[in-house]
Design a protein around this ligand. Structure first.
Ligand code: 9WO
Length: 243
């Protein structure tokens, strides 16, 4: 996977992605990232990329031309025009399903806006997928772009070690994860659930499934509608619901 990131703050993206698992994946050549500073495509001597909105209103907008020229330059180096993801509260909400779909692409372009947004005309021209990471407003699209790249990267084969990739399934069945414990056996007077110390693998699996179901019911009941539940699972949930 190759990510092209169009931004006014390339250092922010580079620093963030160089860290931890994504950094290791870049070093290993499993993913690559190319940041493009939109300011480099301003064709005026002060490298100005923003201007006042027509019709008035608060703040400044990013102008269309530098965004277009940056996009054109990226596409000069790619076989086919990659999908262009614009990070905006007005997009469809990102989830694990979209992450899996995007992980199949060879290259992706992520467009990060700043100020009060970008001139609509260039968005109409180049954006294929407006994407939101949730219902809140930030100061720019850089953090959401990093969220997408982090999520997509861990789906690229080889990025997670075998031990880590077990966790890939966590959202798969639309259930939340069961609670987890490590040493010591007693912490602040609280002990680890007995079953986890028993070594009885079938009982452990049963307990974990139950915990995942209860947790999802209590914290994210909306997810249960999409979850694939066995007859056994439904019994566990029904018992809880009429409590
Ligand atoms: C700010 C603003 C101020 C006055 C009038 C209208 C306004 N719109 C905006 C605005 O939406 N600014 C955005 C800032 C422009 C695009 C980049 N920015 C952004 C992206 N903030 N939050 C996101 C974002 C992206 C994905 N998921 C959640 C939030």
């Amino acid at each position: 996977m190759k990510f092209h990131v169009m931004t006014l703050f390339p250092e922010m993206i580079e620093q963030g992605m160089r860290t931890s698992i994504t950094g290791r994946a870049i070093d290993a050549g499993l993913i690559s990232m190319h940041t493009v500073n939109i300011r480099d495509y301003a064709r005026n001597k002060h490298h100005k990329v923003d201007d006042y909105p027509y019709g008035g209103g608060a703040g400044m907008l990013m102008q269309a031309e530098p965004v277009y020229l940056a996009w054109e330059d990226i596409c000069r180096g790619t076989e086919t025009d990659p999908r262009v993801i614009y990070l905006t509260p007005q997009g469809s909400v990102f989830n694990q399903k979209l992450a899996k779909e995007l992980a199949e692409e060879k290259e992706l372009i992520l467009l990060c806006g700043h100020y009060e947004g970008i001139d609509e005309r260039v968005l109409e021209e180049i954006v294929t997928d407006p994407v939101s990471i949730g219902d809140y407003v930030l100061t720019g699209g850089e953090l959401p772009a990093m969220v997408l790249m982090d999520c997509i990267s861990r789906l690229v084969p080889g990025v997670l070690s075998n031990g880590e990739s077990a966790g890939t399934e966590s959202f798969e069945g639309n259930l939340l994860e069961y609670p987890q414990y490590t040493r010591p056996e007693e912490y602040h007077g609280k002990t680890v659930p007995e079953v986890l110390l028993s070594g009885h693998h079938a009982n452990i699996e049963k307990w974990r499934r139950e915990q995942a179901l209860i947790r999802t019911l209590e914290r994210r009941p909306d997810l249960l509608e999409k979850a694939d539940l066995s007859a056994e699972d439904k019994k566990i949930l029904e018992k809880r619901i009429d409590l």
